[in-house]
Design a protein around this ligand. Sequence first.
Ligand SMILES: [Zn+2]
Length: 268
Amino acid sequence: MNQLACPKCHQPLLRKDRSYQCVNHHNYDIAKQGYINLLLNPDKATNNPGDSKESLQARKAYLNQGYYDVILNEVTRYIKEHAQPSMDILDLGCGEGYYTFGMKKQLGDTHNYYGLDISKTAIQMATRYDKSINWIVGNSKNIPINDHSLDVITALFTVVNSDELKRTLKNNGYIIHVTANRNHLIEIKELIYDEVKTKSDEHIRLPFNVLESYDFVHQITIDSHEDAVNLLKMTPHYYHIKKERRHIIDELEQLTVTIDIRLTVYQP
Ligand SMILES: [Zn+2]
């Protein structure tokens, strides 16, 4: 049984043929690619919220080379160690779906998976990985999931809303929150900016009990021009490159970068 809820009235959504309906007759069609759009009009700040298509395609190409699987492995390690039969797992801000699909590959088919992102373009890309995952276009400030129904929420490099996490998690459920530390991809910032700003997400902490928290630091070497450029394009830094520095990017053959993240497991 799925745990989808109506974003308008928050009643459970039940599947009827090619759509989902709540008790108040709010109706949501399933797109032909297999996802469901539960983003309400007022939630759409722009016509196409979320990351740009160019950035999403770069992200997909880069992630599919496996460079960031070390991050995925840290997330699934915790879930494996605390696994229950048939869990409901939500990946918030799932983007083009690489990590969600990766989790399913590592954790198996016995669980229910949900991938939610505000970008329709991202979710359309995600459906190509696996149609059995519940791919949802939706807002993390109004998660279209029933109260206290989730065992696990993962949030990798994405903004979260504490109230919604607390509302949707079961009492013994937990959230795995991955944030970037100060030195995460520092080499890219050094490549692009004259002066590296030390702004980071290090200060982001959620108001919940901490079950586990640690920093994970790892260096990776990217030895193809295409992969290096894709990594640049999936960061906001790429779009701030000054004209006089463009040649550095064009000439980039190899790039060693630091992954420096904080992984925290919270329980509301
Ligand atoms: Zn409704």
